[in-house]
Design a binder for this molecule. Sequence first.
Ligand SMILES: [Zn+2]
Length: 364
Amino acid sequence: MNSIHFMQQLARMPFQKLIRHLLFLFLAFTATDAAAQDRRSEKIEWIDVHVHPMARRGGDYAAAFAAAIAVMDEAGIRKMVLLPPPQVRGNQMFDFETLVAAVQAESARFGFLGGGGSLNVMIHESVKDGGVSEALRKRFEDRANQILAAGAAGFGEIAVHHLALRPGHPYESVPADHPLLLALADIAARHDAMLDLHFDPVAHDSRIPTWGSSFDNPAELRANLPAFERLLEHNRKARVVWAHAGSDMLGFWTPELSRRLLARHVNLYMSLRVDFGRAPQNHPVDRAGRLKPDWLKLFAEFPDRFVIGGDQFIFAPGPGGLPGFAQRAPVVREKTRALLEQLPPELAQKIGIENAIRLYRLKM
Ligand SMILES: [Zn+2]
């Protein structure tokens, strides 16, 4: 209807009907406007399934947990799954025991994984020691069961192949089909638990890139995907979440590789760390923060297989600012928000929230 016709119609209406009609138009217009306003101001929310609370000197983890709550409130993160980093023997080790108290006190905000400070150490020491004795296997399985009995949603962070990214950062490497990893997959499968793996993929034997040669990395990197696939095939009920998708370091973790492995392995999931690592060509957002079409396509093809795992290192505020990797966390949060905002709403809801609740059996 054109506007002259519309005005003529209004002029012909009885007064009361005219008032009702105008009121209806006014309400319809303001309601749509308000809904649009709401959508724009609605804060994107997500669950981060890969967060490392870290103590400053003196081991004050309570302050780190409080800082994590503050971060969640500020950023719109509904819940965090806390986990110890994949440690090798050293002097500042910690495992799930350190996380349990915080999680129990704030069960609406935190879940946890365990083993990064114990199972991971046993796996990597067994490689150096040249094998897995019966005694070690028993100790390993007892520890895994203890972690789940304490209420963990699974195991992590476990390093299969972990590049050193800075001085003092460990290089860790073990075949993914190592007997203790296969045993851990079986335990995870029996208890419907997650297995969070750090696995820097190497598609073919290659030399360490120049940036990596100044840290504690070997000069030659060996192809490691076949063993990873054997681990995934070993027990289809074991849900493996491959950590740090979207921040490839070596140039091998392309959307095509992700697609191939997700299609072939129904028990494989990926947690997204939206960051610029060393191979930005394989990252889901470009430098201007725009989501790349090949990643959007991948997410749409596998909407149930991605979660957000920001790898945020959370320290309490303190003198000297944030140490090391923790400086990256605010940037990761911004980029995560930008990525989720560019997804169709249903996909953002799945990747941001629903998949995490389902996979980690989170109570909200
Ligand atoms: Zn990691």
